[in-house]
Design a protein around this ligand. Structure first.
Ligand SMILES: [Mg+2]
Length: 247
């Protein structure tokens, strides 16, 4: 009973909310590492390195071989026992191409296991879906394109209105998410916020307890504290709003 994936728990929570309340509700998602699988971009860049340099370091690598958050590429290469002399040029190529506009456009992919939850939310006439990303404002157009690609059946429901970008710089992601959520809860009945970075969830503990904080259990930056009230695979079953909702 303790090992349901987060998206199944959220699906149940949402269904339950709809059955018990006639109010509209909203659910807010982070994008990278929550909806978009960043490992696709990583793998494409690494395989491109092989192609450009006529090497074969990554021939046999697949998505599930990528076990470390994207910025720790050096650590990942060491874990794969890539020879030390190769690591610097690979990292340099990776830094140059990773997050380039074309690569971001070409590699955006939804975690396949989320398609059922997305269908449930977008097909519900009483539910609004919002996106709150740490990506800076200059990436807005590209981000809308990414969302239209990964959620192509619901593209009509995804406009600038649904998308909250980071209006400052990368170092202000937590503050910016806080600002977006303050704004969203002033207008909408936000019942859940989902993010893969514990630091973002930690910055949002001001949200009312009726808003479920959900940890998308993918890869994320190391050494971050998880807020106590956060829904994780390990503790969700004891999370009071969820237990109450199921009663
Ligand atoms: Mg993220």
């Amino acid at each position: 009973m303790n090992h349901y994936p987060w998206y199944e728990v959220l699906s149940e929570y949402h269904r339950n909310h709809l059955s018990k309340s006639s109010e509209r509700c909203a659910i807010v998602f982070d994008i990278d590492g929550t909806l978009i699988d960043p490992r696709v971009m990583q793998l494409v860049v690494l395989k491109a390195y092989d192609q450009v340099n006529e090497t074969s370091w990554f021939n046999d690598k697949e998505l599930n071989d990528l076990t470390i958050y994207e910025i720790y590429i050096r650590q990942q290469l060491m874990e794969w026992a890539i020879p030390v002399a190769e690591i610097d040029p690979i990292c340099e190529f990776y830094q140059q191409n990773h997050w380039s506009e074309q690569i971001v456009k070409d590699t955006a992919a939804l975690y396949p296991e989320l398609s059922g939850l997305m269908r449930q939310l977008f097909e519900s006439s009483r539910t609004d879906v919002f996106f709150c990303t740490g990506r800076p404002e200059f990436m807005r157009k590209l981000t809308i394109e990414n969302l239209h690609k990964i959620l192509s059946s619901y593209r009509d429901q995804i406009t600038n209105y649904n998308l909250h970008m980071n209006s400052r710089d990368w170092e202000y992601v937590v503050q910016e998410k806080r600002r977006s959520l303050e704004q969203l809860i002033s207008v909408h009945n936000v019942i859940a916020f989902v993010d893969n970075e514990p630091s973002n969830l930690n910055g949002l503990t001001f949200l009312p307890m009726s808003c479920l904080l959900v940890h998308a259990d993918t890869t994320y930056k190391a050494n971050q504290a998880m807020p106590d009230r956060c829904l994780q695979i390990s503790n969700y079953i004891n999370y009071p709003p969820f237990v109450d909702a199921l009663r």
